[in-house]
Ligand binder design. Sequence first.
Ligand SMILES: [Fe+2]
Length: 315
Amino acid sequence: MNETTAAGTVPPSSSPAAQAGAPCSILELPPDTDRNVRGFREYIRDTLEAGGILFLPRAGFELSERERTLVADAAVTLPSRRERESRNGRPTLIYDPARGHILRTRISGPEREELEAMMARYSEWASSLVADLLPDYTGKLVRDRLTYRPCERADAQGLHVDASYGRPTEGRGMLRVFCNIHPGGRARIWRVGETFEPFARRFVPSARTPRTSRLEALLAHLGVTRGRRTAYDRLMADIRGQVKKDEDYQTNAPQRIVSFPPGSAWIAITDLVLHGASSGQHSLDQTFFLPPEAMDEPARSSLRILERLSGRTLL
Ligand SMILES: [Fe+2]
């Protein structure tokens, strides 16, 4: 195990955004790492809970020959010309492991079933990887959806933390397993920033978070909306929105560039680290919801940090 050297780091400046925090740590785990060394799994868990990224070179999910052909065929994965010409990373394919199919897609026929089988296989692979590396989380994680990104990303995403994508997490963290499956040789490039607490310390004081309305609470109670949009979800959405629009922060906050080559995997609790994809094509990621109480140190969860900084109970 060793700490990787970043491909690039933005030099410190005198801007207010550059005053706090440091880019997150990246723990590289080569394939020949002895996983039976005492304290190995505790160290991995500690790295992730502290907002670090676990990087697994040459240990990613392997595609079959047929799957390589499928993902390389844009006419299959991006059926319309408009989709094929999009270079902003969208559309994405969302797979729900519980239902066993891709949601809201125009892909049809046997190719759709083949892609669904590949995504189901990735979901199982990611689950096994997490069970091996993070056994203390076994039985406590909730497997959520899986995303396949067949589309090229040519415009860089701003630094952000992940919050529920349209659905509330209700205070749970998002543990995500990524893999670059580009059938050629193209790396996926990320910009990564500081960890959650210094970021939240900067943006929470200016957050506006109206409380849940009675109507929203009623609709959630009746099952009309999926999940309950808690004060936590509102606050996360607010500070995520603030940071995306803050040009000083985007330019001057501590950050580094990280390159994930094809065949590599990486894991992070993505509400605990600032990140944004800069370029790349063909990645898979599986999300697991991580309840704060499942963590070794729940005080390091985004929920508990926000409650501490805001002085409020957020659930
Ligand atoms: Fe993200």
